[in-house]
Design a protein around this ligand. Structure first.
Ligand code: SME
Length: 151
């Protein structure tokens, strides 16, 4: 894994250790990603509540509050319980544009110990094709640290 993501994983693990308050941990995790990962314009969380993704702590411009399962990149990741790597958001059918500057996106499901989806980690970039396989691997590792602390 890239050095950047090894550092992110380590930093998140020490930041989240010893507390399981969802809001505080997600807020610090979003701030940590925002600080360490270059060329991003949004980093944060949606929590699955009563079958709908609801906006959680984030860094970046204000975003849509509720995303139905199966809608947009986030709703697709949650419905399919599978990460979404989107090199060009304009080519993703049903992409929800919260910030018109976003051109690439990665969404990783957060799961509890039983494997059920509890939310998603969402990261956007203003640069087309900003994210590749190394970034996906890195954010999946970050998501594993976050879900372990929370659920
Ligand atoms: N683009 C996302 C919506 C959330 S924002 O990017 C913060 C989507 O299509 O689900």
């Amino acid at each position: 894994m890239e050095k950047l993501y090894e550092n992110l994983e380590r930093t998140l693990a020490s930041l989240l250790e010893g507390d399981d308050d969802h809001i505080s941990c997600m807020a610090n995790a979003a701030a940590c990603i925002w600080e360490l990962v270059p060329e991003i314009n949004w980093a944060g969380f949606y929590r699955l509540r009563d079958g709908v993704l609801v906006l959680g702590p984030f860094q970046g411009r204000p975003a849509c509050i509720r995303i139905p399962l199966g809608k947009g990149v986030c709703g697709t990741a949650a419905a399919e319980n599978r990460s979404q790597l989107v090199p060009d958001v304009h080519l993703f059918p049903g992409h929800i544009a919260c910030d018109s500057a976003s051109r690439a996106e990665i969404v990783v499901p957060l799961r509890d110990k039983s494997g059920s989806v509890r939310g998603v980690l969402d990261v956007d970039s203003p640069r087309l094709r900003r994210f590749g396989g190394g970034d996906l691997e890195g954010f999946e590792a970050a998501a594993r640290v976050i879900e372990k602390a929370l659920f």
